[in-house]
Design a protein. Structure first.
Length: 726
């Protein structure tokens, strides 16, 4: 019999080894109460990952309960691997966003690559065929070599995995700010399509039904990855490189195809991806959802090398793995399928009626834990928040040099075209991409139909930091507007809540106020939350990132034919929907001129958002508009410039606003380019699309620039930063 040298129960308690795993004294005592005895080394490791912030949401769960999670189209909401929303004709869209922030800070290529792999498996485990990838990224300024290294590595990792597995990257967003120095954010989103009768759940039930492991052999990579994701980054984090998993997209592709074939077998009972906390979370969560017990025989787990202990097997986050429960007597059918796809697979256990999570290795018991308490009794902390205090700031925007601000903003990587990144991603594999990344939401045809799925992923961290409650509403509304702008009906959303240490009162209050605003916006815009992820403790050496809730949203296009003629033509009139106001709090001009956030509140009218959105969407689908953009970062001036650069065509515009106000980021505004003969309602004509130059006249003067200069600045800014020696 193999013997594993591990600390015993008394040593764990006396030396507080549980604290090194992320458990507090109180949490350890709760484990003792649940077990009725002191836990052994494998058991305390299991509790530590299952009760980590990453797996249990112990600081964020009260806030998540605010979100509306049901709706007439919602088929499956939070609690499974991804959300499922009806799109008609017995079809549904499946989607989710996940973070891989800490691993990407330590090892950017693999951190990002495995983030993509993990979110793909979440979608596949529901039984859906992935059709889109999206990503939301944050880095420090590209003036620093370290940030260039992280940016380059993350983009290469996203492209390296996504391109190999054969899923197009259709949209995304990238921002740069010094608040993300040393703590980049890498949020990956995947969207898939499924027939209603193919929807799977991660459930283990049916006494005696076998548990099948499939995918890469288990190694020692990623051990305590969930715990690592639930603590602040420090100088010691570099030593935690072993916590970063290694992806294998070629095996990932085989696993995806094998899984999609396996879900067609009626003998499949349940399936779940081995993601955060690996075999521990997948097996225990499946047992909990099935109200069953489970017994795993760990000597049967395929391993990469000899001597891997039960503790290491259960906590490893080796990539490209799935766990299945199938009907007793049919296991060989599944094993043959996986062998056909050249995948390692084995029967490693069975479902029981004991309500216990039992792990043995060659008949020696290494864990015996009640299933429901492990899953359901993770501590939930309701803390006392405190709104941060800020000095009154009165930034003066009078008499700014509009041309200088225009040029500076256009050249900043946050505003600039992300072509440098997107060109490294396969955008059209599968041949169904209709709108590629660049200026609008991504749009992908649903194969064999007239329908398409529009997707976007957005975050507005400076708005949230400026005013968490209003900023929370603004993040959701931005995603909504981006879907409206391509003519789609917004259906539902997924979110990733990226914040600092919630144990700090100011951070906790940011989380409380911003999620309240998000929940109100979800309800008003009829976009329920069907899946999501929380990533807290995003701090480096005590400095927190901006509060960065990210929203991924999907929309439905019933008939894509209008998109054949959705392109602006020379001579068409440009209109502005909305009012230009001096809204500078959290804006890019504020950052450029003053750097700090003023905390001067801008407001958003959610009722007006819906009315405008529905009117504009109707005009698009009726073929009356040739292009639409929501006015966002950099304000009207920058959005008009981006349209000029993207279509390589001039614009002649004039607005009743000051030099500064054309850079204001007033909520709810749209730019419409109307087809000849159509005058949009509740809109003001501001110019004409076409000509040899870009001209924007204000009440104080004008900005005039050549098309070539604007295009060179916008399209080349990031590449210039990346190739600069500075």
């Amino acid at each position: 019999m193999v013997k594993f040298l591990e600390p015993n129960e008394q040593e764990i308690k006396d030396n507080k080894l549980y604290a090194e795993m992320g458990l507090t004294d109180t949490e350890y005592d709760k484990v003792v109460d649940i077990l009725g005895r002191m836990p052994n080394y494998t058991e305390i490791g299991i509790f530590s990952v299952m009760w980590s912030e990453h797996c249990s949401y112990k600081h964020s769960k009260p806030f998540l309960k605010q979100f509306p999670v049901t709706g007439e189209r919602v088929l499956m909401g939070p609690g499974e691997g991804a959300g499922v929303v009806d799109i008609g004709d017995n079809q549904a869209v499946v989607f989710k966003v996940e973070s891989h922030n800490h691993p990407s800070a330590i090892e950017p290529y693999q951190g990002a690559a495995t983030g993509v792999g993990g979110i793909v498996r979440d979608i596949v485990s529901i039984g859906a065929r992935p059709i889109q990838l999206l990503n939301s990224l944050r880095f420090g300024e590209l003036t620093e070599k370290q940030n260039k290294r992280l940016f380059s590595g993350v983009v290469a990792g996203i492209g390296g995995y996504g391109n190999c597995i054969g899923i197009p990257t259709v949209a995304g967003e990238i921002e740069f700010d010094s608040r993300y120095d040393g703590n980049p954010l890498v949020n990956a989103m995947c969207v898939g399509i499924i027939d209603h009768d193919k929807i799977q759940k991660g459930t283990a039930k049916g006494t005696g039904n076998p548990v099948i492991y499939v995918g890469l052999k288990t190694g020692r990579d990623g051990i305590h990855g969930a715990t690592f994701a639930s603590e602040e980054l420090s100088e010691e984090s570099e030593a935690k490189r072993p916590s970063v998993q290694i992806g294998d997209p070629f095996v990932g592709k085989k696993l995806m195809e094998a899984t999609l074939e396996a879900i067609t077998y009626p003998e499949l009972v349940g399936i779940q991806d081995m993601g955060a906390a690996g075999l521990t979370s997948s097996s225990s969560e499946m047992a909990a959802k099935g109200e069953s017990g489970i017994h795993l025989h760990l000597e049967k787990v395929p391993t990469r090398e000899a001597g891997i202990s039960p503790y290491e097997m259960m906590l490893s986050e080796t990539q490209e793995r799935m766990l299945l429960v199938v009907e007793k007597g049919t296991e060989q059918k599944f094993l043959d399928l996986f062998e056909h796809h050249e995948l390692d697979a084995a029967v490693i256990g069975e479902v029981t009626d004991t309500d216990r999570f039992v792990l043995t290795y060659e008949d020696e018991v290494f864990a015996d834990i009640p299933v429901q308490p492990l899953s359901d009794e993770a501590p939930v902390y309701v803390l006392e928040g405190k709104a941060a205090e800020f000095a009154d700031v009165d930034h003066n925007y009078d008499n700014i040099d509009a041309k200088d601000v225009f040029t500076s903003l256009l050249n900043h990587p946050t505003i600039a075209s992300k072509t440098w990144a997107y060109s490294q991603y396969d955008q059209q594999v599968g041949a169904n991409t209709i709108i590629k990344p660049g200026l609008s939401a991504g749009v992908t045809r649903v194969e064999g139909t007239k329908k398409a799925i529009a997707s976007t992923i957005d975050g507005e961290a400076r708005y949230v930091f400026n005013n968490p409650y209003e900023g929370g509403k603004m993040v959701v509304a931005e995603a909504y507007r981006n879907l409206i702008a391509v003519g789609s009906l917004p259906l539902a959303m997924t979110d990733c809540l990226n914040y600092g240490n919630p144990e700090k009162p100011e951070i906790y209050q940011q989380l409380a106020d911003s999620t309240k605003g998000m929940a109100e916006a979800c309800a008003a815009l009829n976009t329920p939350v069907v899946s999501g992820n929380v990533s807290l403790y995003n701090e480096t050496k005590g400095d927190a990132i901006f509060p960065t809730p990210v929203v991924g949203m999907v929309g439905l296009i019933e008939d894509v034919n209008y998109l054949n003629d959705f392109k602006p033509q020379v001579g068409e009139k440009i209109y502005l929907v909305g009012d230009i106001k001096p809204d500078f709090g959290g804006s890019q001009i504020e950052k450029l001129l003053f750097n700090e956030v003023s905390h001067v509140t801008s407001n958003i009218n959610l009722t007006e958002e819906v009315e405008r959105g529905e009117t504009i969407r109707k005009a698009i689908t009726e073929g009356k508009l040739s292009h639409v953009q929501a006015v966002g970062k950099g304000g009207l001036a920058i959005k008009l410039a981006q349209i000029t650069a993207y279509f390589n065509t001039g614009i002649d515009a004039q607005v009743d606003a000051s030099n500064a106000e054309v850079f204001a980021e007033t909520q709810g505004n749209y730019i419409l380019i109307a087809k000849e003969g159509y005058v949009p309602e509740n809109a003001v004509e501001i110019g004409t699309f076409g000509g040899d130059t870009f001209t924007l006249k204000t009440n104080q003067g004008e900005i005039t620039e050549s098309i070539s200069a604007i295009s060179a600045s916008w399209k080349g800014a990031i590449e210039t930063c990346m190739t600069s020696e500075a």
